[in-house]
Design a protein around this ligand. Structure first.
Ligand code: KG4
Ligand code: ZN
Length: 312
């Protein structure tokens, strides 16, 4: 499971630049593939299939991956498997544990591009109960991180800043969207923007003017933001588990790294909570291969990228 991170490259732009991401995939794929074989101490003769994600995600990087996988499949004469990126996140809790989770399971998928509550009735049997109506949870972390002047990606930076809050937590709004399993984070983001506008002082790091907050204010707002996101996500997860009579719950995707979110979820759930093993929550190749093993979908050489591919 070799991961070539592009975070350092995108940091100076404050987010992912799609064109740079595509080109970086072209550069990284051959060396990452070679490193994976080397680390696994395997040769091509032992590889019996190639799995690749074809969506959801950014069209450019998806196309680079699909074409690379097709090339390998053709050259090595081994079958190609198409994987839904969100399904791979959902199935990531099957990996590295001997016991499969108790079904039905309610899975909360929280990443930079997705926030969805999914009822998992079995491998390949999913029902989307609700989703975000605006920003994804990870996207909200990234945007709020940028507003607070923290380094990209905002998720880990906001969590770290919140850890310095010493109990002073800024109260921030929650969008409950009653009667649905849907989420909204744009109002919360705007509330943080207003605070930065009222409490911030003009600073000009490297000549670029922006509003800057005192470190303790950043910590307190970061803690309030994190609590608000965790509160809404886990309240709906817990309600879905109860309403659906689920036997277990899971939190997957990059935001599943967040300790506050996991702690609040654990305190609210009466069923077992699963989250991915280390290295399997943020995007990775092991979960793509794992999904193809658990739910193999053979693909042809006309496989195309589907940026808004859905699960149900
Ligand atoms: O699943 P992922 O690697 O990529 C997508 O499919 O989007 O998720 C990346 C997202 C980013 O928005 C990042 O800020 C967020 O996961 N993230 C976190 C944490 N670590 C990563 N959010 C909150 N707390 C964290 N510790
Ligand atoms: Zn992902």
């Amino acid at each position: 499971n070799v991961v070539a991170s592009q975070i350092a490259l995108h940091r100076r732009f404050g987010g992912v630049v799609p064109e740079i991401a595509s080109r970086q995939h072209v550069l990284a794929l051959p060396t990452v593939t070679a490193a994976a074989l080397r680390e696994a101490a395997m040769g091509w003769r032992e590889i019996e299939g190639i799995a690749v994600t074809y969506g959801p995600g950014l069209a450019g990087p998806l196309l680079v991956g699909i074409n690379f996988a097709m090339g390998l499949s053709l050259a090595r004469r081994i079958p190609l498997f198409a994987v839904n990126h969100v399904e791979a996140h959902v199935l990531s809790v099957w990996l590295e544990t001997p016991e499969p989770p108790r079904l039905p399971m309610v899975s909360l998928v929280v990443s930079g591009g997705h926030t969805e509550l999914i009822l998992v009735e079995g491998v390949g049997r999913y029902r989307v109960l609700g989703a975000t109506v605006d920003d994804a949870a990870g996207e909200a972390f990234d945007k709020v991180g940028r507003l607070l002047g923290l380094p990209y990606p905002g998720g880990p930076s906001v969590e770290k800043a919140a850890g310095k809050a010493n109990g002073t937590v800024t109260e921030l709004p929650r969008a409950w969207l009653p009667g649905t399993y849907d989420f909204s984070f744009s109002g919360l983001k705007t509330a943080v923007l207003r605070l930065v506008q009222t409490q911030g002082k003009v600073a000009s790091p490297e000549g670029a003017e922006r509003l800057s907050l005192a470190e303790e204010d950043v910590a307190s707002i970061a803690a309030g933001f994190q609590e608000s996101v965790a509160d809404v996500l886990t309240a709906k997860l817990a309600r879905a588990v109860e309403d659906q009579g689920a036997g277990s719950a899971a939190i997957v995707g990059g935001v599943a790294n967040n300790k506050c979110l996991l702690n609040v979820a654990r305190s609210r759930l009466d069923v077992e909570l699963r989250w991915p093993a280390p290295g399997l929550s943020t995007d990775n190749a092991a979960m793509i291969a794992g999904a193809a093993l658990l739910n193999p979908r053979p693909a042809d050489y006309d496989l195309d990228a589907v940026p808004s591919l859905s699960l149900s």
